[in-house]
Design a protein around this ligand. Structure first.
Ligand code: PLP
Length: 427
């Protein structure tokens, strides 16, 4: 039995079946650098999937900041330490002026949990609206607002689900789609009110990721925020995936529309793999919350995490990675769009920067999901040493979200391999 097969058996026995591995033949990774990952046999993979190592796997500046701080001191937010305050200042400086107060957690789930607690405390409501197939995390409270699993499972009474604003294959596609999709959110809020439930918040990721890398149509996010406010609720922008410059055009996904969310949550890329996450909101909102709650998180906002967060911001700025995401993303997108002229299975190519979705369809008229083709492509790409994944309610949308240090030669490698995988899709 090979070392990797042995590891697989031990893993199955020791971690149990709730965990899933990617790919028909799982990859056993041992090392990462920049946009590359290396398996136990020394093979190099192009990482087109992982947004957590935001500024590149094992970026030396982040590694150095982490090791320096962990060798000096690690405590928590009950002691004075300048790094947490400096980081909070630098992070809030990346957001509109009214979003001036930060609280730290370790995961995106925890950030969303805290955001829900804040929204419920401040509004006095319990009702939550999310879109179909949304994913916001893994705790009990957040799994309840993440209807991406079994849609036949009964939802808690305080949840209502709105349509995914997918203007390619969703319910509304043409002009006026943004208003229609805002209307679906307004209907969900009305249903809550009719059931006697006060809205606490509408929670949206601002590039709607799990439901298929859906870029909301112009005006949708601002329209949804208006709906939330009119009902006495808050708008929580989940920036766990689109945040930190990934879309190239803006630092945060919500900036694609002209409005300011009440609460912003963030995580994954923040510490380049070190577990750190945050909630940023207005001082008046936290004033109201802190009258009811005293918050402590043992690990959230510790000096080591904040040193990692600082180093990520340094690299983003020093290496101009948001601009890189924009230009490399456009290069990739135009290359994939060219491939779509030849391969009918590619229905839609969307997204910006290094956050692209490619919706695979069985035919372009019906736009029916090509679920099997997407699975074969994901595995075919992996066999050709390019790592990616598929998402969406039908798992037919390929998701490309590589580290932000992605270069044009990486785009060329990907496009060549993708063309070959597409050409051999039925072979
Ligand atoms: C949009 C979104 N929000 C929240 C989370 C939860 O983050 P974490 O896994 O760090 O708890 C995820 C994780 O995939 C996510 O994609």
């Amino acid at each position: 039995m090979s070392a990797s097969n042995d590891l697989l058996k031990r893993r199955e026995a020791l971690l149990g079946p709730a965990y899933r591995l990617f790919y028909e033949k799982p990859v056993h990774l041992v090392r990462g650098e920049g946009v590359h990952l290396y398996d136990a046999d020394g093979n190099q993979y192009l990482d087109m999937y992982n947004n957590v190592p935001h500024v590149g796997h094992c970026h030396p500046h982040v590694v150095e900041a982490l090791t320096r701080q962990i060798a000096t001191l690690n405590t928590h937010t009950r002691y004075l330490h300048h790094t947490v305050v400096d980081y909070a200042e630098r992070l809030t400086g990346k957001l509109p002026a009214e979003l001036d107060t930060a609280m730290f957690t370790c995961t995106g789930t925890e950030a969303n949990e805290l955001a829900l607690r804040i929204a419920r405390t401040v509004t006095g409501g319990t009702g939550i609206v999310v879109v179909q197939h949304a994913y916001h995390g893994n705790s009990q409270a957040i799994a309840e607002i993440s209807p991406c699993g079994d849609m036949s499972a009964e939802l808690p009474g305080f949840i209502r689900i709105a349509s995914i604003p997918n203007t390619y294959s969703g319910e509304h596609r043409g002009a006026g789609a943004a208003e229609e999709y805002v209307g679906s959110v307004a209907d969900a809020v009305d249903e809550l009110r009719d059931a006697g439930i006060q809205l606490a918040a509408i929670v949206l990721d601002t590039i709607i990721s799990g439901p298929g890398v859906v870029e909301p149509p112009e005006g949708y996010l601002a329209g949804v925020a208006k709906v939330a406010h009119a009902a006495g609720g808050l708008f929580i922008a989940d920036e766990v995936q689109p945040g930190f410059g990934r879309t190239g055009r803006h630092f945060w996904g919500f900036e694609s529309d002209d409005f300011v969310p009440d609460i912003v949550t963030m995580g994954k890329p923040m510490g380049n793999g070190h577990p750190m996450a945050a909630v940023v909101t207005r001082a008046d909102i936290l004033q109201a919350f802190s009258k009811e709650v005293r918050y402590f998180n043992t690990f959230g906002g510790n000096p080591v995490s904040c040193a990692a967060g600082m180093a990520v911001l340094d690299v983003l700025e020093d290496e101009d990675l948001q601009a890189n995401a924009l230009s490399q993303g456009e290069y990739l997108k135009s290359g994939i769009t060219e491939l779509a002229e030849k391969f009918e299975v590619i229905g839609d190519v969307r997204g910006h920067g290094l956050f692209l979705g490619v919706e695979m369809v069985t035919d372009r008229d019906s736009r029916a999901p090509a679920t099997e083709a997407a699975a074969r492509l994901v595995n075919g790409l992996k066999e050709r040493r390019v790592l990616t994944g598929s998402i969406g309610p039908h798992s037919n949308i390929l998701k490309f979200r590589p580290p932000m240090v992605f270069a044009q030669c990486d785009g060329d490698r990907f496009l060549e391999v993708f063309a070959d995988a597409l050409a051999n899709l039925n072979g």
